[in-house]
Design a protein around this ligand. Sequence first.
Ligand code: NAD
Length: 498
Amino acid sequence: MKAYQEKGLKTYQLYINGEWCPSSSSKTFERKNPATGDLVAEFQKASKEDAQSAILAAREAFDQGDWSSMSGAERSDLLYRAYLRIVEKTNELAELLSREMGKPLSEAKGEIGAVANIFSYYAGLSRAIYGQTTTQIQKDLLGLTLRVPVGVVAIITPWNFPLGTLTQKLPAALAAGCTVVCKPASTTPATTLEIVKILDEVGFPKGVVNVITGSGEELGREIATNPMVDKVTLTGSTETGKDLMKLSADTLKKLGMELGGKSPNIVFADANMEDALDGALFGSFFNQGEVCTSGSRLLVQDDIYDEFVDRLVARAEAIRVGDPLSDDTEMGALISESHLKTVLGYVEKGLADGAKLLTGGKRLTDGIFEKGLFMEPTIFGDVKPNMTIAQEEIFGPVLSVIRFKDFDEAMEIANDTCFGLAGAVWTKDIDKAIRATQKIKAGTIWVNHYMEAHPELPFGGVKESGYGKELGTAGLDAFSEVKTVQIHVGSRNNFYKW
Ligand code: NAD
């Protein structure tokens, strides 16, 4: 750690029970900027014992009751203060996010803006937690439902939107009165630790928020099996979600699962072509295509297919791939060497299966790309729905374009997947749009736009994309349980006859 500090590099510790502390194993790991190979920071590799300490701190903070019984207004105040600090620190956080993850700075700023917005939204909602009442069951019975916090929540997050995915969970869990243990992805822990620094600064009580960094498998196993954890909410791959379900079965934990996707983005012949082209590009290459809701299956109707695809390819070739910290960069670096290899492997599979490579497909290696993990925006045409590149989540800048004849065929292709995270339709025909929203099996459907998200609107998948909702009031409900209270009024008049 000392060597790092002498070089002016950031070092981060674990945050457990309101204290910054080293790992009990004394092991550390580092993160290099995927665009340059430069060191970003050094982190503590938490051990199983550190995970246990963090869980215990969250458990004690919850059971002691000060946090969960604090008024909604007081919790709101803390969340709102965090919101203000995040806004103040937007540029600093965005730069760190871009350096640790590889995304363009402009997109990193957008992510911080969204994060702040969600904190402010749940600051408001923490004052609006209500149950229901009824006097309509019997004249002498008052029935109540109370919303009580779930308890200790473990939040496990991926690297593609390190803060966006954290914030779809953390402020809602805190607003509901839960205490938390966060486990960010090992490639991108710095920004999570910076957010927690802010929570510490603005006065969240000790033990309410804890962060451990290190191996997903090792820490995940402890989190999933530890009986002191009440709920685990994961954003990650479908594979990790399945592992977590198995591991947590013995303690019957509540789970929230935000998993993978292979979303259909459907362009009908009557769509506004300019808008649909924009949406198709954004849906495929935003965040280097490393997006769970990426519109990585682009379905284009026969009648416009050739013109649409020609124009799409021309625009994809004009995308500025480059230094993520430069203002005019539109696509940055991929997360890691091994992930880049996986994505390039899918290009090989597409070619082997007979899809037509229309543009891209290669790693960029010259000049500024020499030390980084960059790849060309890639489009395959004439993709058949059963090809690997149309079925598996690639999680990179690789788009598969599939041709369809009519509405029914589009719906059939759209639903021919194990995933169900999102989808979109582009058409000027309102009947067609509504019918498509009814037919496509996915958690979110966009009509004439792509990938927008708002704190007010719930988000979450179906099928193997997971279950449970984040954002909106449903996102708050996900961190509380309904407790029923029945109050009898007046004497029972020997009702039980015992
Ligand atoms: P991942 O599943 O490899 O890792 C996600 C997190 O889980 C990381 O923190 C990791 O350390 C941890 N982890 C790994 N193995 C674990 C285990 N056995 N037990 C517990 N935790 C474990 O996913 P990733 O590569 O970081 O992220 C990409 C995936 O995330 C993609 O599939 C993407 O679609 C998905 N994702 C989904 C959403 C959504 O909202 N549905 C959003 C973003 C990303």
